[in-house]
Design a protein around this ligand. Structure first.
Ligand SMILES: [Fe+2]
Ligand SMILES: [Fe+2]
Length: 390
């Protein structure tokens, strides 16, 4: 039915509140369903504030806002409000909806919520006021008696409809569990996954502090830069973001240790190669891999190899090893050196070509100083040229 001339059609705005810790595909599906089936014109995501009582909120409010902004950037009908996130205290929904009522006086407002919240809805702070400010769109929950829930809420005075969708099987806590173990979770959209890996979210913070305690401030800054760059490259080349983040965090873990300590680690790890044992520069990677395994519980061989060979490479190096090698050479904080920009550009299209360029540049420099070029790196060069037709 078309609207008659002069008829004012109000905008239907959904406010989707929650922890979004982290935001995932299930949330986006709900918002899209609300647009289509709930005939909304727009959905505003409203991540809650951090509160000591909230329970399992692992990412700070500003990080959750940022992730939502990244995930909604391509959908003009989605936006993110930092109203509650910036409040620094729990904000009653009635207070938030009063804000949106003032902000959008002509709109029809709907608060989107899960069916699990319905039973307690009549007892929310200022529930009567809240019911006068907006309608509700509820997501069904498997096994819940929706009729009973609806009746209860309607009797209390709320205007409520249901979104016709199945309960999403995605759970934030399962995603959190995977991330805590440095695994790449399913149902976590790329931009959020990259943000989380680059920022080191959802991991035991103590681990990052222990890494920091092992090194100078400058080295730690470099480490975080390598993580940013490593995650970017991993995403670009379809590698595990979490493995890249872990390897980057630990790649220089032995770098600031005294040479004697590195040798002890090498001994504990069964490293006997005279060439590796000849200098801290050569040894800090392999010693770091021993440290990562012994003190940080890393068992993934690909991650350990990425740490071990991040300075010299090796024949048959894996894509993850190349990723960390290149990230180390090109992280944003690197002082400019001849060829840096070319290596950065190359790394976006080909990791092997970028590793080769970087090694060739090092070789040129070392030879110009009348120093011998490390044979392991020479082998890497030969292997890269042969294997990748470079
Ligand atoms: Fe290093
Ligand atoms: Fe490094």
């Amino acid at each position: 039915m078309g609207k008659s001339p002069g008829e004012v059609v109000s905008i239907r705005t959904g406010i989707y509140g929650g922890a979004f810790d982290p935001p995932h595909e299930g949330h986006l599906l709900v918002a899209r369903t609300a647009l289509v089936s709930g005939r909304l014109d727009r959905v505003i995501f409203l991540p809650c504030a951090d509160t000591p009582n909230f329970g399992k909120v692992f990412a700070a409010a500003h990080d959750r806002v940022r992730m939502l902004e990244l995930l909604t950037a391509d959908e003009p009908r989605f936006s993110v409000s930092s109203l509650e996130a910036e409040a620094g205290r729990p904000v009653p929904t009635a207070e938030s909806m009063a804000f949106f009522r003032r902000e959008y006086p002509e709109d029809q407002l709907f608060f989107i919520l899960g069916a699990d919240k319905l039973e307690k809805l009549p007892r929310w702070t200022d529930a009567r006021k809240l019911f006068s400010l907006c309608g509700f769109m509820a997501l069904p929950r498997d096994g819940a008696d929706m009729q009973k829930l609806t009746d209860g809420v309607r009797r209390a005075g709320a205007d409520i409809t249901f979104l016709p969708m199945r309960e999403a099987s995605v759970s934030s806590s399962r995603i959190q569990e995977a991330l805590a173990a440095f695994r790449d979770p399913e149902h976590l959209p790329g931009p959020a996954a990259a943000y989380i890996a680059a920022e080191g979210l959802y991991h035991d913070h103590a681990m990052e502090e222990r890494v920091q305690a092992l090194m100078t401030e400058k080295r730690f800054r470099h480490t975080l830069g390598v993580r940013t760059q490593g995650v970017m490259l991993a995403q670009r080349h379809g590698l595990s973001l979490q493995k890249a983040a872990l390897a980057a965090l630990l790649h220089d873990s032995a770098k600031c240790l005294p040479f004697d300590e590195m040798k002890k680690l090498a001994h504990a790890g069964g490293i006997t190669d005279e060439n590796l044992l000849s200098s801290p520069e050569m040894l800090h990677g392999p010693a770091g891999a021993v440290l990562a395994k012994r003190d940080f519980g890393v068992t993934d061989p690909d991650v350990l190899n990425a740490i071990a060979y991040h300075t010299m490479g090796r024949a048959c190096m894996s894509p993850l090893e190349m990723c960390i090698f290149v990230a180390d050479a090109t992280e944003p904080g690197r002082r400019d050196y001849p060829g840096l920009e070319t290596i950065r550009e190359k790394s976006l299209e080909s990791l092997p070509a970028a590793v080769l360029l970087s090694l060739e540049r090092t070789k040129e420099y070392v030879l110009s100083q009348n120093k011998p070029f490390n044979p392991l790196s020479e082998k890497t060069i030969v292997w890269l040229r042969a294997s990748y037709n470079l």
